[in-house]
Design a protein around this ligand. Structure first.
Ligand code: ADP
Length: 434
């Protein structure tokens, strides 16, 4: 379903005209109101009047996470605190939290893009949403909550974790939709089996999954394990929170629509910052075209993906592929760049393996070593010789990724599970050496 059909199918020339007008206003707005941006633009010799068209965006400097940290907590706000009605902070996966503020209009915008995202995911007014994203400073819980209300859903605000309670509510309240991280959806799917609870006792149809990278293997597992359609939602606090982009339930696996009337995306080279052609992989950046409290120009997300148009599809907006990882959690092993999602993709080709894995990185002398700890499927007998499976995985990783890794096959249950939030899949033991 299209929540705002006019804007979601706006012809591309009109979309560009809208983006151009919004960008012009934005640059003048931040130049006047945010000392950091005035300094940045002056330093680059750019006057707001130099920015006429959305194509001029490349002239603008990037904003990086360090700029947010340097202005901690509120110095990038473009409005006085009297106009701010909410403050969030990122969960701080990679360091000190970054702080973001919202005016009333920003909260309306946040609700609108989440409502659009939920509608694209197949949600309808009247459906019940069990929201298992964390409520609090993290944008996930309240973001989904307000968006679902805007769409007209009945929200069950459980927050993250508390698996016993989640399962009780899934059975008693019969929600059609659940939102949580993909790793927590894995945990839930597994709990149903462990507790011997039939999926007939619940009524879930759709999972709205995001906040961390996931691949088709996890999609397959949770779709089968919970009997749902699993749909991707993407976002980050700095830009607004979840709902920057979302998959359409009928176009699963083809990428997530970016709501580019509000968040203008670019893909740039991670070393040079040069814009890359459509379809190529690089760092995703966003310019918030309509935010009031803390608008950002060309924000460097660190997320690696690609963007492309799919002209045959329902909406005119550009799509992004799955996030391969963040450039700050990319491993460099013997000169080869490695994201854990690449290993996850190889694992999915082995029916005897489960998508529960962890990469352990160590340094032996000057050599970095990666150990893949991966669980076997429940029917694999560990008293048998598993050298064939081990060797097969090792070879396929070498062929596809170009790295030799040590393979450790674990019994089901040995790899840590998500207890509600984002799950780290890399244990980097090199840090203790340096
Ligand atoms: P933190 O930076 O503390 O993790 P955020 O909640 O703002 O706090 O996290 C946003 C980041 O989470 C994104 O930049 C991205 O790396 C990741 N993320 C969010 N949604 C997805 C998704 N659907 N797929 C992959 N990664 C995602």
């Amino acid at each position: 379903m299209l929540f705002q059909p006019d804007i979601e199918t706006l012809p591309i020339e009109k979309l560009r005209a809208l983006q151009s007008e919004r960008l012009r206003n934005l640059v003048a707005y931040v130049y006047d109101r945010v000392p950091f941006y005035k300094k940045q633009l002056d330093a680059h010799g750019i006057k707001p009047s130099d920015i006429r068209h959305i194509g001029d965006i490349h002239k603008l400097p990037f904003t990086k996470k360090t700029d947010l940290r340097d202005h901690y907590p509120f110095d990038l706000f473009a409005v006085p605190m009297s106009q701010v009605i909410r403050i969030h902070a990122s969960s701080g996966t990679t360091g000190k939290p970054t702080v973001v503020g919202y005016t009333r209009k920003d909260i309306d915008l946040f609700s609108e893009v989440v409502a659009r995202s939920l509608a694209a995911s197949g949600c309808r007014p009247g459906m019940k949403l069990q929201n298992a994203y964390g409520y609090g400073l993290f944008t996930g819980g309240l973001g989904l909550h307000y968006g679902a209300e805007k769409l007209g859903m009945a929200v069950i605000p459980v927050s993250g974790g508390m698996t016993d309670r989640q399962i009780m509510l899934l059975r008693d309240f019969q929600p059609e939709v659940m939102s949580c991280t993909p790793s927590y959806a894995q945990t839930l799917a597994e709990e149903f089996v462990k507790r011997n609870i039939s999926l007939d006792s619940i009524n879930l149809k759709i999972g709205i999954l995001g906040a961390e990278p996931w691949t088709e293997s996890i999609r397959k597992q949770v779709e089968a394990g919970l009997d749902i359609d699993a749909v991707n939602i993407y976002g980050l606090s700095e830009i607004i929170g979840p709902g920057v982009s979302n998959e359409d339930i009928d176009e699963k696996g083809t990428g997530s629509y970016i709501w580019e009337d509000h968040f203008f995306p670019e893909i740039v080279d991670k070393d040079t910052g040069e814009p890359l052609p459509e379809g190529e992989f690089g760092v995703l950046t966003f310019t918030t075209l309509t935010k009031e409290a803390m608008p950002l120009l060309r924000y460097w997300t660190n997320d690696i993906t690609n963007i492309y148009y799919e002209h045959s599809h329902k909406r005119t907006h550009i799509k992004m592929g799955p996030i391969r990882g963040r450039s700050d959690d990319m491993l460099i092993i013997r000169g080869v760049n490695l994201f854990h999602t690449q290993v996850e993709e190889v694992i999915q080709d082995f029916p005897d393996l489960s998508p529960y894995y962890q990469l352990v990185v160590t340094r032996e002398g000057n050599m970095d070593e990666v150990e893949v700890r991966v669980e076997t499927s429940p029917d694999v007998d560990h008293s048998e010789n598993l050298d064939g499976l081990r060797g097969g995985l090792r070879k396929k990783i070498k062929d596809n990724i170009g790295l030799s890794m040590k393979i450790t096959l674990e019994e089901p249950g040995n790899i840590p599970r998500s207890e509600g939030g984002k799950l780290g899949r890399i244990v980097d033991k090199r840090k203790v050496y340096s």
